[in-house]
Write a protein that binds this ligand. Structure first.
Ligand code: AMP
Ligand code: MG
Length: 422
């Protein structure tokens, strides 16, 4: 049995070796479709921004050249207006002249300062300035923020909602992003039935396929759901062959422990290589990963999940998801959001394996008003307990050698990425 950290290292190595044999395929995508994808090219500014000198405020653009460093309490003759989308088009302003101007409108070339409207008083065809305004004030200079041909986003960067204003303001309609990772997945088990089927004695409704799809839908992944496969080596081999011919990663559920009908590991061994099985993590000891030698597609990575719903979920999110993110971004493993929180009740457990306890994280304030995170573990941690999983929003990570932790201690938690902490 290997430690969780060793399993992570081995998986990372496996993925790195696999990636080295893969082409980095990219595809053009409409900006509106590109969220959550990774750029494969630098994005170069097509436009300088602002495109010309523009006003930062509503007020008056004045020509004050002969008035020495500041616009003081003088009267300016009003010559026209400049508003967004319709710049001033009259004669160049002469000293002592001004135009009405609005935020974002082009400042006429002959103006040097914008006086905000709160500091000005309109008198028919003239405007009296009420306060001092320093020369050049309230003007955003052309190219001040972005110069043409500068790099505004880098290859490898994740496209997030906060990047959209930048990219859209450059008139960019399409970006080059990395092709999605193709993940084929299937569940094994003669007892598994689909919703709507009648359950015979000992049957259960299959839930891991839906769970895998739900976790992975947040990432740039093409999901290939191969359904439920019966517990025979022939059926499992046929499914593995189909999966490895169509996907980069093959995920199986169930059939990896040491029971008489657990054929997955021996099938993977026959069709490729099992790098590791048995990881000192709880839940999820029967874990098995490696690769498959596909005929059409070259090698595919293989990640085996245990059958129990909770084990399957925890192994997928804690062990495999970080390396799947690495396969997607090719740069580094992004750890799931990890925080430190104060444990609310005493915890006692049997040590020996790194444990991920399902738990509820909440936020409140201490006596001084400082935000504080508190966490309490769900009562029972059995690996089939889906109710506790459903009510949790994080897992508490307990090191293999830890057996007792007192309430009030600080513990590490991984927050489910979709959690919204109110
Ligand atoms: P296994 O790893 O195949 O020995 O399965 C362990 C336990 O998980 C058994 O009680 C199975 O019935 C259950 N199980 C296996 N696969 C699934 C699945 N896809 N959905 C729900 N439960 C499952
Ligand atoms: Mg089974």
């Amino acid at each position: 049995m290997i430690s969780f950290a060793q399993a992570q290292d081995n998986l990372h190595q496996l993925c790195q070796t696999w990636l080295a044999g893969q082409a980095d395929v990219s595809e053009p995508l409409a900006l509106s479709e590109s969220l959550g994808r990774y750029l494969t090219e630098d994005v170069i500014a097509a436009l300088e921004l602002p495109r010309s000198d523009v006003s930062a405020m509503d007020g008056y653009a004045v020509c004050s050249q002969d008035r020495g460093g500041a616009v003081t309490h003088q009267v300016f003759m009003l010559r026209g207006e400049s508003r967004a989308g319709e710049p001033y088009s009259g004669d160049p302003l002469r000293p002592g002249e001004c135009v009405r101007i609005f935020t974002g409108a082009v400042v006429p070339a002959s103006a040097d300062t914008v006086v905000i409207q709160e500091n000005a008083e309109r008198e028919k065809a003239s405007v009296r300035m009420l306060n001092d305004t320093s020369l050049g004030a309230n003007i955003r200079l052309s190219g001040e923020e972005i110069s043409a041909d500068s790099v505004i986003a880098r290859a490898g960067q994740l496209i997030t909602p906060n990047m959209i204003p930048l990219l859209a303001s450059q008139g960019i309609a399409e970006v080059k992003v990395r092709a999605k990772l193709r993940v084929a997945f299937f569940a094994t088990g003669d007892e598994l039935k689909a919703a709507g089927d009648t359950l015979g004695e000992g049957d259960i409704y299959e839930s891991n396929l839906a769970s895998i799809a739900a976790v992975l839908r947040y990432y740039p992944i093409d999901l290939i759901n191969l359904g439920v496969v019966v517990d025979t080596p022939e059926a499992i081999k046929a499914c593995l062959a189909k999966a490895s011919d169509n996907a980069d990663v093959v995920i199986s559920s169930g059939g990896v422990s040491v029971g008489d009908y657990d054929y997955v590991r021996q099938c993977v061994d026959a069709m490729g290589t099992v790098s590791d099985y048995k990881v000192a993590m709880k839940p999820g000891k029967p874990v098995c990963f490696g690769h498959l030698d596909g005929e059409e597609n070259g090698k595919a990575l293989f990640f085996g999940l245990p059958g129990n719903a909770v084990s399957s979920f925890v192994v997928l999110t804690e062990l495999y998801l970080p390396v799947m993110k690495f396969l997607i971004n090719r740069e580094r493993v992004i750890p799931t959001t990890q925080l430190e929180a104060i444990l609310e009740t005493d915890l006692t457990r049997r040590g020996g394996r790194l444990e991920f306890q399902r738990a509820v994280l909440s936020r409140d304030e201490d006596a001084t008003g400082r935000p504080t995170l508190r966490v309490s573990a769900m009562g029972s941690q059995d690996s089939h307990r889906v109710l506790g999983l459903a009510r949790a929003n994080c897992t508490i990570k307990l090191a293999a050698d830890v057996e007792h932790i007192r309430a009030g201690s600080k513990v590490r938690v991984s927050v489910f990425p979709w959690t919204d902490l109110q």
